[in-house]
Ligand binder design. Structure first.
Ligand SMILES: Nc1ncnc2c1ncn2[C@@H]1O[C@H](COP(=O)(O)OP(=O)(O)O)[C@@H](O)[C@H]1O
Ligand SMILES: [Mg+2]
Length: 282
């Protein structure tokens, strides 16, 4: 198998805030994220997750250690604004759309200086708005959109330059659950269908489970790593657990038979269930 490109590599990445009372926000973090991977960063607030994303996105400089993005050492990048615009898509809670520009115009902003013709910029921005399901809102101002819709426009803006890396810091945090699920679906689709590399900070186990790898941070360090072996098996396991609860633990045959009847392909499901049962019971 061909070696996958490493999009993010941090080496002994350390960030200390303040001087009088220093806060070690990142403590020698070593992290590799490969092309096409979707990785979740979880765990308590104050553990350094946002600081990690800020360092990786070149929004702030580390105290020591290195960040390599697609092989480039950020310490040696001369024009960081240009680098960010070309390489990184930020999806943060504070979406910061420009209030006086329409949805379409907001999405066009990062293309200035990248795409020469105004026509091409417009076409490209339209394509992105359609991808996030906002084609029919292109002339709306941010104030005329719901929170979830603004977040989708912000995602379209973040991705319009086809960045090799998407950094999402609790992107569904201030949205209602339906909008949150839509944003998550969109990120998953970008990962699976467009091979986008995504690093997502989240408190939500369900979001984390949809990724391929979950990192746990504590006190500025990565203290745990969990590979989500097979998203489908994970989904089925969660479904079985919520559908059957304690009965499953007791191996309730009747309940399992009922679960199988809910599915069209009972034979395939039965095989999967056997696998899940072994995993859950063991
Ligand atoms: N600009 C800053 N100045 C001083 N301390 C900061 C700053 N930003 C974050 N911190 C501190 O660094 C630690 C990590 O913060 P943060 O990365 O925001 O954590 P998380 O995103 O996991 O909640 C916390 O103790 C926080 O108080
Ligand atoms: Mg944070």
């Amino acid at each position: 198998m061909a070696e996958r490109r490493t999009i993010v590599a941090t080496r002994d990445l350390t960030k200390v805030y303040g001087t009088a009372v220093p806060v070690v926000a990142l403590d020698h973090v070593n992290l590799d994220v490969h092309e096409g991977e979707m990785v979740a960063v979880m765990r308590p607030s104050g553990s350094g997750k946002s600081t990690l994303l800020n360092m990786i996105g070149a929004l702030d400089r580390p105290t020591s250690g290195t960040v390599l993005i697609d092989g480039q050492d950020l310490a040696h990048v001369k024009d960081l604004d240009r680098f960010r615009a070309r390489t990184v898509g930020f999806v943060f809670q504070m979406h910061n759309l420009i209030p006086t520009l329409t949805a379409l115009e907001n999405v066009e902003v990062p293309l200035r200086g990248q795409v020469r013709s105004a026509q091409q910029r417009r076409a490209r921005a339209r394509e992105m708005l359609a991808l996030v399901g906002m084609a029919d809102r292109e002339d709306h101002l941010p104030s005329q959109l719901s929170g979830g819709q603004r977040q989708r426009v912000a995602i379209a803006r973040a991705l319009v330059n086809e960045p090799s890396l998407i950094l999402a810091d609790e992107p569904t945090g201030n949205l209602d659950s339906v909008s949150g699920a839509e944003i998550l679906d969109l990120l998953i689709r970008l990962n699976r269908e467009h091979n986008a590399t995504i690093l997502i900070v989240t408190h939500d186990r369900n979001i984390a489970r949809a990724t391929q790898r979950i990192l746990e941070m504590r006190d500025g360090r990565i203290v745990g790593e969990h590979r989500v072996a097979d998203p489908f098996t994970e989904d089925l396991r969660a479904f079985a657990q919520s559908a059957l609860g304690q009965k499953l633990m007791a191996g309730d045959a009747e309940a399992i038979a009922h679960l199988a009847r809910l599915h069209n392909n009972a034979a395939e499901l039965a095989a999967q269930m056997a696998q899940v049962l072994r995993a859950v019971i063991s």
